[in-house]
Design a protein around this ligand. Structure first.
Ligand SMILES: C[S@@+](CC[C@H](N)C(=O)[O-])C[C@H]1O[C@@H](n2cnc3c(N)ncnc32)[C@H](O)[C@@H]1O
Length: 252
């Protein structure tokens, strides 16, 4: 993983958990959602993936674990997290206590057809081999194979200079090809820009966590790198060069 990605997804993940622990339980889930921030997207996926009591949910590229914790708060599913960054694994375990395995989306450390559903939120564009990620998700889910994705997609291919370090945005065409090549079908999709705004209370908690991170770590190079990365993502979204898409998939 690139240095910039490690700063953002390893070092800052662990700092985020420390800040959230200090601020208290109401901050844990908003602080722990680092790519999938809008609860409306998670609610939509929870419905699409038919998450219910007793179902296992694999959160692939789980980061600090907020989305899995949000799902458990809505429906008593059994979560299983996989995440390559050791600091993020420690952060997720310390905040939520869920089983968290260190591993990569393109070689999932799980048996075939071993989970009821999987989601992978804000992760595809951080991995170079989109075909492998989708193939692995398909391999581990039981039929009917409910899979959720939140993906940042480039309208047209970006140059290396335009791409935040370590990112690999699919285009609409390449994402469609990867889904089909994995033997998956899109059931339904929506744009993150069409979702309602984040609830004010949620946004306030995210802002409070960010203020505290800035206060504690603002002078640290890792914080500055992570801020630059997320600023570049924000600019690309604002310019419409990339957009967020949430997809519900099933086995073909
Ligand atoms: C934008 S964050 C999203 C985290 C979390 N899914 C969320 O929505 O809060 C992207 C995550 O993908 C993880 N990631 C990067 N490369 C990965 C890979 N090859 N396999 C699985 N996860 C990966 C990063 O470490 C990071 O935690």
């Amino acid at each position: 993983m690139s240095d910039a990605m490690s700063a953002e997804f390893d070092t800052v993940a662990e700092w985020t958990a420390a800040v959230a622990r200090d601020l208290g339980p109401p901050y844990h889930v908003p602080a722990g959602c680092r790519g999938s921030g809008n609860p409306a997207a998670l609610d939509w996926l929870i419905g699409e993936l038919d998450l219910r009591r007793g179902k296992t949910l694999l959160d692939c590229g789980a980061g600090v674990g907020g989305p899995a914790a949000y799902a458990v708060g809505r429906q008593p599913v059994t979560p299983l997290l996989v995440e390559p960054e050791a600091g993020a694994c420690r952060a997720a375990r310390s905040l939520f206590g869920f089983p968290t395995v260190q591993g990569s989306a393109d070689a999932l450390p799980f048996a075939d057809v071993s989970v009821d559903a999987a989601w992978c939120l804000g992760v595809v564009c951080t991995t170079p081999d989109h075909d492998a990620v989708l193939r692995e998700l398909r391999r581990v889910v039981r039929p009917p194979g409910r899979i959720g994705l939140l993906v940042f997609v480039a309208r047209t291919p970006l140059t290396d200079d335009e791409t935040p370090e370590g990112n690999h945005f699919p285009t609409p065409g390449s994402l469609g090809d990867a889904v089909a090549a994995a033997g998956l079908t899109v059931v339904s999709r929506l744009r993150t820009s069409d979702l309602p705004e984040m609830p004010g209370e949620w946004q306030d908690r995210v802002d409070r966590v960010d203020e505290e991170l800035e206060r504690r770590y603002g002078d640290d190079a890792a914080w500055q790198v992570a801020e630059r990365q997320s600023g570049q993502m924000g600019d690309l979204l604002a310019d419409g060069r990339i957009f967020g898409e949430v997809l519900s998939l099933r086995l073909s």
